[in-house]
Design a protein around this ligand. Structure first.
Ligand code: IPD
Ligand code: CA
Ligand code: CA
Length: 257
């Protein structure tokens, strides 16, 4: 059996190197450009971070493949690293300190290693399949919140085409009309990691990409959380995602359906 710890160490090295780039440029004038529309930003930091992550991973494992948001769309490989070099770019570009690096390793399609690093808070979320989830080396677990109306603290996010696709606005209003607190933190990998460590009880979002969630879904799973599509079926990339502490999952699904 492959010792996954070797891969975890490399993922951490890559994530910390990218995090150092985030901090270095944080208070400087980062070159900002728009991607798909005016609110979908990309900075030099996204690109420099992905370059660094590639250099570290391929330096150790030249035969592995990388699916990175900015530079590579390789999807088929036995060892596939799924990388978001800067999740929460809009936050980052505005100096709003909620952003992270996300690095997952999928081995023959199985999420096996996950690292999410928030350089703003020096918080490192890690997981190896079957070995638990950790925040800065301390074991984490999802919340014990028993019911949606306890009340649970929820979060969601919106894709960049929200001005033309308001599907999630309707779902959001359902939760708000129940009087529930709902946040929109703005970095999906960190949002999911916050459910994993019990700071949030549930989260949902449409149209996420694999790099937004590969690492964090493993961290969530290893922390005892649950995730599915909106009908409660096994999750496949591309579908709307709902995640929770498990206890409130059926109630979240009821609201979302
Ligand atoms: C975005 C963030 C955001 C989510 C968007 C993502 P990016 O990623 O995770 O929270 O709502 O759907 O695209 O562009 O900052 O890497
Ligand atoms: Ca992202
Ligand atoms: Ca990104």
């Amino acid at each position: 059996m492959t010792d996954l710890k070797v891969f975890l160490d490399v993922a951490i090295e890559a994530a910390r190197s990218a995090g150092a780039i985030h901090l270095f440029y944080r208070d400087q004038d980062v070159g900002v450009a728009s991607k798909s529309n005016f609110s979908d930003l990309v900075t030099v930091v996204d690109k420099k971070s992905e370059e660094k992550i590639r250099e570290v991973i391929l330096g150790h494992f030249p035969e592995h493949a990388i699916l990175g948001e900015e530079m590579g769309q390789n999807r088929e490989a036995d060892f596939l690293w799924v990388v978001d070099p800067l999740d929460g770019t809009v936050n980052y570009a505005h100096g709003f300190p909620f952003s992270c690096v996300s690095i997952g390793l999928e081995i023959r399609g199985v999420r096996s290693v996950g690292v999410v690093f928030d350089a703003n808070r020096n918080e490192l979320f890690t997981a190896v399949r079957g070995q638990g989830a950790f925040l800065n080396g301390r074991r984490i677990a999802v919340s014990q919140t028993p019911e949606l109306m306890s009340p649970a603290l929820l979060a969601t996010g919106f894709p960049y085409d929200v001005s033309t696709d308001s599907t999630n606005l309707e779902k959001l209003s359902r939760f708000l009309k129940l009087g529930l607190p709902v946040r929109r933190p703005g970095a999906a990998a960190l949002d999911i990691s916050y459910v994993a460590c019990g700071r949030l009880d549930g989260f949902w979002e449409y149209k996420l990409n694999p790099w937004d969630m590969s690492a964090a879904l493993l961290i969530l799973e290893e922390a005892g959380g649950q995730f599915s599509d909106f009908s409660g079926q096994e999750y496949q990339y591309g579908q709307p995602l709902v995640i929770s502490n498990g206890k409130i999952h059926p109630q979240m699904l009821e609201v979302l359906q």
